[in-house]
Every structure is written in structure tokens, then in C-alpha cells.
Design a protein around this ligand. Structure first.
Ligand code: ADP
Length: 333
């Protein structure tokens, strides 16, 4: 066998980690070039994690160096730069359920088949590791880039909490926080094409720098029905308008109280405040999440309700976001 047969055969003997076919058969690599003992090959690593990429590079080198007559192997890896959209979840103040909503939306989108990841940028109270059951998992680094950790619910995630020691008070200013966020957003996300971004609460300089630098495709605002929270939500809307981030709509959380015994829903904070506020600001109202002790206990246990079959709360919200992302959506969404 001469080089024109043995090199492609050796390369095709390495399996594509996704399809399992040979690298040439799967279209990941063209037949290699060979000159003066050196073989050069270009491998398309689009959609592979950093770990899978380095394993593949090693396998290609081993397969080609074993071919008699080969002295040096050069492997170039290319990846299609994919447009990855960011959806920011914001709130005018803390404690309104922004993190709970972010985690559940990510899980619900994943269950719809979306390639979704989650970034916890809430430097004041990063809680996504608990919500997504990744506590204690440390991201590994591939060269300059981090590899996200995988939650048992199938959502890869990275959190600001993974960049600092637990319990360390964070008094970051805007540019510092934005740079740290960059490490999370520019990580090795593989084929993830949608990132849910759990922003810090509030509308200050930290949030503004983050949003300006990473330009989310859209934002969702979470509010409780209380008047004070709604005033803060109005600020959040102004904030996204100023930053030229389209607001997808508003979600009312802790709306009505679901009695854990009889299931009856009462309205300790009044009902419909967020919906009325959204209407008066000409914003879509995406839906209402009841104040339900089950949401808190399940989320705290790392099992967000959206992981359960028969979730009727978060799945419809996720469907609305998916509709909004659809490039052919009607202008009147
Ligand atoms: P934020 O991210 O806005 O600070 P969290 O998502 O951390 O808010 O929620 C604050 C607390 O309220 C958490 O203990 C959470 O479990 C609880 N919580 C959030 N939404 C609900 C809800 N709809 N029903 C019951 N508890 C909720």
C-alpha cells in the first residue's frame, strides 16, 4: 500500500466521537497531505467539547505516526464559529425568584430538545450549583478555556461561584465582573447554541457593563406581584431598553399561594400586578408561577420542578421563549 491509500485508511480508522464513523467517512477530515515524512491533516472539531477535541487529536496523531514512512504528524483543528444566543434573566431586586426561573427554564428548554447551557452571573448570590445539583463539581480547563460542568438534568453550566472560594464576599466592580463573566461565556460549550444567563439582581453598573459587553439576544424580567417589586421591575425594563437589549417579556413569580394541603390558590400579594404592569408598558406577559412550597423544596434539593413529567408551569414559559427565538416569529409576538 502506498501513502495515498495507507494515510486515508489510517485516518478513517479513527472514529468520529459523535457519529462513530471514520473521520473521513463522517466528513470531519479530508485525506491528509504528505511531504518529506510529514503528514498534515485538518480536522473539523465543531460540536465537540474541549476534552473530546484533545482526545481526538491524540488518536489522530497515534494513528498516523504508526504508518510506515511517517516521521511527523501535524494536526490542525478547526471549528465552525456558531452563533450562540444569550437570553438574560434579570430582576430589579433580589429574592424574586430569578435563579429559580433561570434553572427551570434551562431544564424545560433542554427537555424540549434545545441545546442549552446556563451561566450563573449572580455574583451576589450564585445559587445555580445547588439548583442544578452540581455542587462540588469543578470545571476543568482546556488551555485557556474552561469546560462547563454537566448537571444531572443534562444542562451544562458554569457559575461565578466556581471562580471564587465559597463564602468569599464579592465586591466586584463592573469591569471585573464582566471580565469574569467573559471566561464563563467564552468557555468550551460544545454544541450549545443557547445560553441562559442568570444576571445579578438590580440595574447598576455591574449589570450594565456585563450586558453591554455580552449583548444578550433578549431579556426576561422576573417580578413578584408586590408594588415595590414592580417598581423595581420597571427599572429593569428601562435598563434593558437603555442597553438596547430587547425585552422578551415579564414573568410574575410567587403569584398566588398554592396551599400545600388542599391545593387552593390564594393571593396574599394581590393578583395580576405584573400582568397589568406589563400591559401598561406594552410588554408581553409570559406567565405566572405560583408561590408554592414544593417549588422551593424541590429547587433547594437540586431537582427543579421542570425536571418532572407533567410540569405545567415552566414548560409553557420555555415554549414561549423558543417561539420568540424562532426567526420567523410574527412581529406581534
Ligand atoms: P433570586 O435569584 O431572585 O434572588 P431565588 O430564585 O434564589 O431568587 O429565590 C429566592 C427564594 O425563594 C429561594 O429560596 C427560592 O426557592 C424561593 N422561591 C422562588 N420562587 C418560588 C416560588 N414560586 N414558590 C416558592 N418559593 C419560591
Amino acid at each position: 500500500m502506498d501513502m495515498t491509500d495507507s494515510l486515508p485508511a489510517a485516518l478513517d480508522g479513527v472514529a468520529d466521537p459523535i457519529s462513530g464513523k471514520g473521520l473521513i467517512a463522517s466528513g470531519r477530515a479530508a485525506p491528509p497531505r504528505f511531504e518529506d515524512g510529514t503528514v498534515s491533516v485538518v480536522v473539523d472539531v465543531t460540536g465537540l467539547s474541549g476534552d473530546a477535541r484533545s482526545k481526538l487529536e491524540t488518536a489522530v496523531k497515534q494513528a498516523l505516526i504508526a504508518v510506515p514512512g511517517v516521521e511527523t504528524v501535524r494536526v490542525a483543528m478547526t471549528a465552525e464559529k456558531r452563533g450562540r444566543k444569550i437570553i438574560a434573566i434579570g430582576s430589579g431586586k433580589g429574592g424574586v425568584g430569578k435563579s429559580t426561573l433561570s434553572a427551570n427554564l434551562a431544564v424545560a428548554l433542554k427537555r424540549m430538545g434545545r441545546k442549552v447551557g446556563l451561566v450563573d452571573a449572580d455574583i451576589y448570590g450564585p445559587s445555580q450549583a445547588r439548583l442544578l445539583s452540581t455542587e462540588g463539581m469543578r470545571p476543568t480547563a482546556q488551555g485557556q478555556k474552561m469546560d462547563p460542568v454537566m448537571s444531572p438534568h443534562g444542562v451544562p453550566m458554569l457559575s461565578m461561584a466556581q471562580l471564587v472560594k465559597p463564602g468569599q464576599a464579592i465586591a466586584w466592580r463592573g469591569p471585573m465582573a464582566a471580565n469574569a463573566l467573559g471566561q464563563l461565556i467564552d468557555a468550551e460549550w460544545g454544541d450549545v447554541d443557547l445560553l441562559i444567563l442568570d444576571l445579578p439582581p438590580g440595574t447598576g453598573d455591574v449589570q450594565l457593563t456585563m450586558v453591554q459587553k455580552y449583548k444578550p439576544a433578549g431579556a426576561i424580567i422576573v417580578s413578584t406581584p408586590q408594588d415595590l417589586a414592580l417598581i423595581d421591575a420597571t427599572r429593569a425594563i428601562d435598563f434593558f431598553n437603555q442597553a438596547h437589549v430587547p425585552v422578551i417579556g415579564m414573568v410574575e413569580n410567587m403569584a398566588g399561594y398554592a396551599c400545600p394541603h388542599c391545593g387552593e390558590v390564594s393571593d396574599p400579594f394581590g393578583q395580576g400586578g405584573a400582568q397589568a404592569a406589563a400591559m401598561s408598558m406594552n410588554l408581553p406577559f409570559l406567565g405566572r408561577v405560583p408561590l408554592d412550597i414544593g417549588i422551593r423544596t424541590a429547587s433547594d434539593a437540586g431537582l427543579p420542578p421542570a425536571t418532572q413529567d407533567g410540569d405545567t408551569i415552566f414548560a409553557p414559559l420555555a415554549a414561549k421563549i423558543a417561539d420568540w427565538l424562532n426567526p420567523t416569529r410574527p412581529a406581534s409576538f
